[in-house]
Design a protein around this ligand. Structure first.
Ligand SMILES: [Zn+2]
Length: 197
């Protein structure tokens, strides 16, 4: 039996909460069904351990985000990434997963010693085959702003993940399973680096 996409989106957020990839109100996931005129995204400001299908919002591309009730302020970068992929191949499904994983975010440096997330390749070269990591997005781009959304979509182009300094990561792929796998792989390796320091 295939699980409905809304259920998959709720499940991945619950999984992320249970595995400490997000705190209670953090993170979001979006899904674009190839060929459609809208995308799904998790509602903002809801407890992620308690999501159900009613918390998944259907966002038409034709509507301005600020006219949609209960939408997360982080929806802007989801929309830009989805539109970018849609321009390349509008029939391809797109999933964008945003999380705040502890070791990965810490690896990029919270105060000083800022470090590109793709420096993980230096310690774990086999990761290069698994996840294509773009350039970090600076912490000077504040959450919810257009400049943050534009930098994320620019840096993730031709990659499948970018790090957001002092914030978290964004991963893009073709299925919920793919982006969740990649997010967990990166956190696992960042943890190996973190625990030996
Ligand atoms: Zn965030």
């Amino acid at each position: 039996m295939t699980i409905s996409i809304k259920k998959q989106l709720c499940n991945v957020m619950k999984d992320m909460y249970n595995k400490q990839f997000i705190s209670l109100y953090d993170g979001n996931v979006s899904f674009y069904k190839g060929g459609s005129n809208s995308f799904y995204i998790t509602q903002g400001s809801v407890k992620k351990n308690n999501l159900n299908s009613n918390h998944i919002i259907d966002v038409p591309f034709s509507k301005s985000l600020d006219t949609i009730p209960n939408i997360s302020r982080e929806s802007l970068f989801h929309k830009l990434i989805i539109c970018q992929h849609r321009e390349l191949n509008h029939l391809q499904d797109v999933v964008v997963l945003h999380s705040h994983p502890i070791y990965t975010t810490s690896f990029m440096g919270l105060e000083r010693n800022k470090c590109q997330l793709n420096m993980l390749y230096h310690y774990f070269p086999e990761l290069k085959q698994r996840v294509h990591i773009g350039k970090n997005v600076s912490h000077t781009c504040l959450p919810g702003t257009l400049s943050l959304a534009e930098d994320i979509s620019k840096n993730i182009l031709n990659h499948d993940m970018v790090g957001l300094e002092n914030h978290g990561i964004v991963c893009v792929g073709e299925s919920v399973e793919e982006v969740w796998d990649k997010t967990q792989i990166i956190e696992y390796h960042a943890k190996m680096f973190g625990v030996q320091n």
